[in-house]
Write a protein of this length. Structure first.
Length: 377
């Protein structure tokens, strides 16, 4: 956002400042069970390159960073109720079988309250979500040869909205001071409340509790459904990338949760049948599921394991707390443990069955020896 220097109106009074920036819509989609480790040359008619995060603040001397494959699409014009706008689009591919679509829409507004309408922005031919879904479906069809067990069609996405304000320096105060003066409007923007004055003080404070400011000119406020970024400048792409990573993790955790629910339901049904044949297949299936999901869970964690910028790591921590990623991981770990218990139970049943067979064989051999001895006499 850029509060411009106040101009004067015809009455000689200063006109209200104008806020400029972009609304960035982030959409995460699950594509496949996993991706093959093969480079994708082109996608959607554009070359594919690796995304590189350039550390702009104090950072470790040596670091590694996961680099997803990135596609920058040419800008296109879309008509809205506010008039025509040029939107920018990009796509990122992640090795865990997921994709993130980013749509950027420029804005200019006299107040933060005006920006609330951008939560439900509509183009003449649909919404940003429709635009992202169409791109994701086209990309899914092109990426099928690079996918392991690709989905037949794109499912529901995980959405996140980021309001990027260009600069706060013209306001005459630091970004943090500006934030404290505008807590309620910021909370209304993040909570999609047109009338921020109706929010309670508790809700206003809770919605804006997780904020970070590194320089006097920058600010990042994170909520569960939206975020406000001010004065990020050249580091905006890196901040957005961190939020994309967390959003991708969320959509993949939900996909793994569905897989585990399906596996558990099938296992419970099969175990209830109490037939030896299917049990051997159940053991095999459970073993494969445990190994695959443990591997995919490790990969999901690895895409955010290393950060080259401690400030970005702090942003990721705030976003992950808002998304409750740790709770999702805990739920999945518990379900994996349940699968492990079922596998151990079946293994123990198998051992018990063999013990019964061995004991019966020993008894049978003893009876045969006795019969032979009696017959010999």
């Amino acid at each position: 956002m850029e509060p411009q220097q106040p101009a004067t109106t015809a009455t000689g009074l200063p006109s209200p400042p104008r806020y400029r920036g972009e609304v960035i819509y982030l959409f995460a989609f699950d594509l496949a069970y996993d991706m093959k480790r093969e480079p994708v040359g082109t996608l959607l008619g554009q070359p594919v390159s690796e995304y590189f995060v350039g550390p702009s603040k104090r950072n470790p001397k040596y670091f590694l960073f996961y680099r997803p494959q990135t596609i920058i699409l040419p800008p296109v014009e879309r008509r809205t109720a506010r008039g025509p706008v040029m939107i920018r689009r990009s796509v990122k591919l992640f090795s865990v079988g997921a994709m993130s679509v980013q749509i950027r829409v420029p804005f200019e507004a006299a107040s933060l309250e005006e920006l609330v309408a951008y939560h439900d922005l509509a183009f003449e031919n649909g919404t940003p979500e429709d635009e992202a879904r169409q791109l994701a479906e086209e990309a899914r069809r092109e990426l099928e040869p690079f996918c392991i067990r690709p989905l037949p069609q794109i499912r529901e996405s995980e959405d996140y909205t980021v309001f990027s304000l260009e600069d706060l320096s013209a306001a005459g105060v630091s970004a943090e001071d500006w934030f404290h003066q505008h807590i309620r409007p910021v909370a209304g923007l993040l909570a999609q409340e047109q009338d921020a004055g109706r929010l309670s003080q508790q809700e206003a404070v809770e919605s804006t509790a997780r904020y970070l400011s590194y320089y006097d000119t920058d600010l990042v406020v994170v909520d569960w459904d939206a975020a406000l970024v001010a004065g990020a400048g050249t580091s905006l792409d890196d901040v957005l990338h961190i939020m994309e990573l967390a959003n991708v993790q969320l959509v993949e955790l939900e996909a793994y949760d569905r897989l585990l629910d399906t596996a558990l339901d099938a296992a419970y049904r099969d175990i209830a049948r109490r037939t030896p044949g299917p049990r051997r297949q159940i053991r095999r299936n459970l073993r494969e599921i445990r190994v695959d999901l443990a591997r995919l869970s490790d990969e999901l964690v690895n895409i955010t394991k290393f950060f080259g910028d401690w400030y970005l790591a702090e942003i990721y921590q705030n976003v992950s707390e808002r998304f409750h990623l740790a709770d999702w991981h805990k739920i999945l770990d518990e379900k994996l443990q349940t699968l492990g218990d079922l596998y151990d139970l079946l293994q123990q049943d198998r051992v018990n069955l063999w013990m019964v067979v061995l004991e019966a064989t020993i008894v049978l051999l003893f009876i045969i020896d006795v019969v032979i001895l009696l017959a010999g006499r």
